[in-house]
Design a protein around this ligand. Structure first.
Ligand SMILES: O=P(O)(O)OC[C@H]1O[C@H](OP(=O)(O)OP(=O)(O)O)[C@H](O)[C@@H]1O
Length: 271
């Protein structure tokens, strides 16, 4: 999905699948300085972004870009036979020459290192306050849980909480999380835990996290994840009985289809 200055653009397709871009629609919304928002749904959105930005360039209109979820941000290194596709996605975005690129919670610093004139923003800090109020979380006796060192680093500015960190091993051939150990100890049992991370795909990471936290004595386990794919509904997390509620945003997810999920409209806020 592409929005220009807060208005979603519509695209038609030619019979062979090529995209028909309506220049009149773009020019009606265009100003001398423009904000393009990308809500990544398919790779085709990257091509649409190129068409819109190039058309604005031809009309001497400047544009900045907001990326709700940075596509390929997890492919931030070479792993086995997996290609470093984030690097090539960043090349594409750099070639479009935006004035400024703002990325909502990229998976790692590699995204902002590769994309020119970019910055990352982290709405999870604000959302955590909502979750704390809604769940009755006590900072003196309850815990935040980061499933891996990357999550702990990403949210290192969230000070003043008791923390537990996971150490996870993913099999890159199958994509499955094969092991997740908790680093740190807890005092009393019967505590609440909020798992915090950037992305939920099938939810395997959080299923194992919730299992470990319950074994340690957690009585309530919540998940706060900034980006959530619709594939969460195909995984076992929501039916496991191990998670009390999932809090996420609309940066990827289309809708919260169960009461177990709460979706904050962040993508809209940053349009
Ligand atoms: O729902 P799931 O399928 O479990 O995926 C979610 C996990 O995947 C991502 O990490 P990833 O394992 O890619 O992190 P890495 O950079 O440490 O490999 C993300 O940060 C979550 O931790």
């Amino acid at each position: 999905m592409i929005a220009l200055n807060g208005q979603q653009l519509t695209f038609m397709s030619y019979p062979n699948g090529e995209t028909r871009v309506d220049g009149e629609q773009i020019l009606k919304l265009a100003e001398s300085e423009n904000r393009i928002s990308l809500k990544y749904e398919t790779d085709g959105d990257l091509l649409k972004l190129l068409f819109v930005k190039s058309f604005l360039d031809d009309h001497r209109c400047k544009a900045s870009l907001l990326i709700s979820y940075m596509p390929y941000s997890r492919m931030d290194r070479v792993e086995g036979s997996s290609v470093f596709t984030l690097k090539y996605t960043a090349h594409m975005i750099n070639a479009m020459n935006f004035e400024r690129v703002t990325i909502i919670e990229p998976h790692s610093d590699v995204s902002t290192a590769l994309i020119h004139r970019s910055e990352a923003i982290y709405p999870t800090g604000d959302l955590l306050q909502h979750v704390i109020e809604e769940t009755g979380f006590h900072t003196e006796k309850d815990y935040l849980f980061f499933p891996d060192a990357g999550a702990q680093k990403r949210y290192s500015k969230l000070g003043g909480y008791r923390e537990l960190v996971g150490f996870k091993k993913r099999n890159f051939e199958t994509g499955r999380i094969e092991q997740l150990d908790v680093v740190g100890t807890v005092g009393e049992t019967g505590f609440k835990a909020i798992i915090i991370d950037d992305l939920c795909s099938y939810g395997g990471t959080f299923l194992l996290s919730a299992e470990r936290l319950r074994e340690l004595g957690a009585s309530e386990v919540y998940l706060l994840v900034s980006h959530c794919e619709d594939s969460i509904y195909e995984g076992k997390l929501l039916t496991s009985g191990l998670i009390d509620r999932v809090y996420t945003t609309d940066t990827i997810l289309s809708q919260a289809s169960t009461d177990l999920m709460k979706m904050f409209p962040i993508g809209g806020m940053y349009k």
